[in-house]
Every structure is written in C-alpha cells, then in structure tokens.
Design a protein around this ligand. Structure first.
Ligand code: GLV
Ligand code: MN
Ligand code: MN
Length: 413
C-alpha cells in the first residue's frame, strides 16, 4: 500500500488530544480552544506537504495543491473536524486524516495531477455548538446568511456571528465562502460507517450510493409556570406534559411512515426546572430522516397537525421552527464506478450502501459530483465514546480513497 498506517493513526490520536471532556469521550465544539489547537495541528501537517493553507469566511480550513492545468476546477477532499458532545475519535477526523494522507503520498512520491486538489476540514458539521448542522458545506453552497449567523446561538447565548468574529474570521463576508458551480470538479469524503452492516457482513469498504434526507426542527411549548402542589391537574397548562405527548407521537409517526424512516428527540430543555414547579416552557430538538423525502415531509406535517390539535383549548402554545432541511441525494455514478474498480483491483470486499447519517458530501452535491466511502465501525457504535475503527481497516479505506482521488484529479504516473 502507498499510504502509511502509522501516519494515519498518529493523525487520529493527535486530533483526539484536542478534547474538552477527556475521559468522557471526545468533545470538540466549533470555534473553541480545542478547535484552534486541531486547526494548528492540521495547518502544520498541510504546510509540511507543501500546500498553500487558507481559511474561508465561514471558518473552514482549506489547503491547495496546484495541478498542471491552469484555472482548472479543483478536486475537493476532506471531512469535518468538529465533534458531537462526548463522541468518538473517528467521526470526521477519519476523513480529514484520509485527505491529509492522500496529499502526503502525492507529495512524497512527487506525483503531479492535472487538476488541483484542495483539502478541506469543515467546521460545525455536527451542529453540536450552534445547532447549525452541515454549516461548513452549506456556507460553501451559499446557503448561510449573516442573519442566520446572528440568529444561531450556543447554550451560553453567544451567536455564531460573534464567535466567528472573536475567533478572527469575518462573518460579515460569509457570502465570500460560496464556491461557484463549475469551480469544483468533484468532492470526495471518507467516513466511518457509524452502523453495523460492514462489520456484520465481513466487508472492508462501503461505497455509498445515496444519503437520506434530513429535517431538523426545534419545537417550543409555552405553558403557565406555577406551584406543583396547589394547582389542580385540570387547571394546569404544563409545558412539559404537552411536550411528552408530542415526543411520544413523533416516534409513532416515524414508524407509521415506514421504509426505514427514523425520528429522534435528542435534546430537551425544561424551564425553569424544579421539583415543585409546573414547567412554564419546554423546548426540544427533532431530527427526522428517510431515504424518501415524502416520508420526511409526512412526519413533519404530522407533528405540526398534532401540535395544533393537542394544544387546542389547553392554554399551552407552540412554536415549530425548521433549523435545517436537506433532501436525499445520490452519489455520482461515475465516482461509484471508480471506487468499485479500485476495491476490485485491491482485492477488497465492498458493497454499495445507503447512509443514514448526514455528511457534508450531501450538501456538496448541490455544487458538484460527490463520492462517499465508508470504513467499518466496531459494533456499529458512533456518537459515543466507544466509537472505534480498526486502524488497519481505516488504512484500506484511505488507500481506496487515494486511488480514487488520483483518478479524479488525473494523476500523471
Ligand atoms: C451527523 O453525524 C449526522 O448524521 O447528523
Ligand atoms: Mn457525526
Ligand atoms: Mn461525521
């Protein structure tokens, strides 16, 4: 193999050190000290490969390796380097390490490509700090406005706009992060599978054919705060009781939609929060996913209808806000064919599969042809401290990735 396992392992282990919750999984939120340290590590490595490093107005870190053609569109490679709260070491960094190792191999072997290559390490893919999932790629697709940056706030009330500014970026110029259609030849991402299929089927590589559509919502129920001992049940407007009914209904709606449709309430906030206080406010997140957009829409509409019906005459009011919506996307058939041929040539066992997880690749599909490769996840665990991928398996994925990039960028061998 051309790639080196020890370098890939070192990248993952070094990035894992930039963590605000050691001992409780990896937590690296966007625009924090841990983000800064991870960026510095990546910048140093990319500069070491002779690449020109820069950061866009959105805060994505990118690095360019020139091609032989002048003014040619770039082959963009990479993934994200932020994490969920108490997640694992591989979700995101595996793909950043794959891109880094790719340019290392090209540089050490002195391989020229016709098309330029750009490595990208995206921020806020998880939306863990600001609730702005897939933010880095959405900014590249021109889908983030200054108003949105001012509106999205972290748990301490700091807006994304202010956080970007304090970090040294120019959020007022967010439009400058937009990449124009035609300027990117292809986007290729490697990621851990985050599910159990590859491992259970004894396969090395997942070649993603499509990614599910995602709808992220915030629902707020506003009731009447009061004393837990003095107000009879029939005279209450209990925001959390109403929220509990909606949350139970959300699961039913996903099951009714069927065909693998899923819906998750992963975050809930109750105000003011106390044993002896009837909750005045309950706010929670909803994440709906399906390979069919119609199912995502049916569940979303079902929630809106239920909220209307259930709160009628109760004194509880509701607000439902859409934070993010991405439709299901297909990967480029041409890139799938290249990935398949690479696996066959290397004698690796692969299959075409769907991704139930969201990835920056799905947003980049608005701009260019995209490809997504999966490597196995131990016991299918992810978004948890136990998340793990065997380094040997990861290297196999990186090797397929490297050769796919060489084909897309037209390496001159
Ligand atoms: C990211 O991991 C997502 O699928 O939401
Ligand atoms: Mn993730
Ligand atoms: Mn990820």
């Amino acid at each position: 193999m051309w790639t080196k396992l020890d370098r890939i392992q070192r990248d993952i282990e070094e990035l894992a050190k930039f963590n605000s919750t050691p001992g409780r999984g990896l937590t690296r939120f966007s625009l924090t000290a841990e983000d800064r340290a991870a960026r510095n590590y990546l910048k140093k490595e990319l500069l070491g490969c002779g690449l020109k490093v820069f950061e866009d107005a959105a805060g994505n870190l990118t690095a360019r390796r020139e091609g032989l053609l002048q003014d040619a569109p770039v082959v963009m490679i990479g993934s994200h380097f932020d994490s969920v709260k108490s997640g694992g070491n591989f979700d995101g960094p595996a793909g950043v390490a794959a891109a880094l190792e790719t340019v290392r191999v090209l540089s050490e072997r002195g391989i020229d490509t016709l098309y330029p290559i750009e490595v990208v390490a995206m921020i806020e893919e998880e939306g863990a700090r600001f609730g702005a999932s897939l933010y880095g790629s959405r900014a590249m697709a021109g889908k983030i406005s200054v108003a949105q940056l001012k509106d999205r706030k972290d748990s301490e009330g700091i807006s994304m706009f202010d956080a970007l500014k304090n970090f040294g970026f120019r959020p007022e110029d967010i439009a400058a992060a937009q990449r124009l259609p035609g300027s990117i030849k292809a986007f290729l991402e490697l990621h851990i599978e985050q599910g159990p299929l590859l491992e259970s089927e004894g396969l090395d590589i997942g070649i993603v054919g499509d990614i599910v559509g995602i709808q992220d919502l915030i629902i707020k129920l506003i009731g009447r705060q009061g004393h837990a001992g003095t107000i009879p049940m029939h005279l209450r407007a209990d925001a959390l009781n109403a929220a509990a009914r909606v949350i139970a209904k959300i699961s039913d709606l996903a099951v009714a939609a069927g065909e693998g449709t899923v819906a998750t309430v992963g975050w809930l906030s109750v105000k003011p929060g106390g044993f002896n206080i009837i909750p005045g406010e309950a706010e929670f997140s909803v994440d709906i996913r399906s390979g069919k957009q119609a199912h995502v829409d049916t569940v979303t509409q079902g929630i809106a209808d239920f909220l209307q019906e259930m709160t009628q005459g109760t004194g509880v009011q509701f607000e439902m806000t859409s934070l993010m919506k991405v439709e299901p996307v297909r990967m480029s058939a041409g890139i799938v064919a290249i990935e398949t041929a690479c696996c066959e040539k290397m004698g690796l066992k692969s299959r075409i599969m769907s991704s139930g997880a969201g990835h920056d690749a799905m947003v980049m599909a608005d701009l260019t042809d995209v490809g997504l490769l999966f490597v196995p996840s131990l016991a299918g665990r992810s978004h948890c401290p136990e998340e793990w991928t065997d380094y040997g398996q990861l290297q196999k994925g990186v090797e397929v990735y490297l050769h796919t990039v060489m084909e897309l960028a037209e390496a001159q061998l």
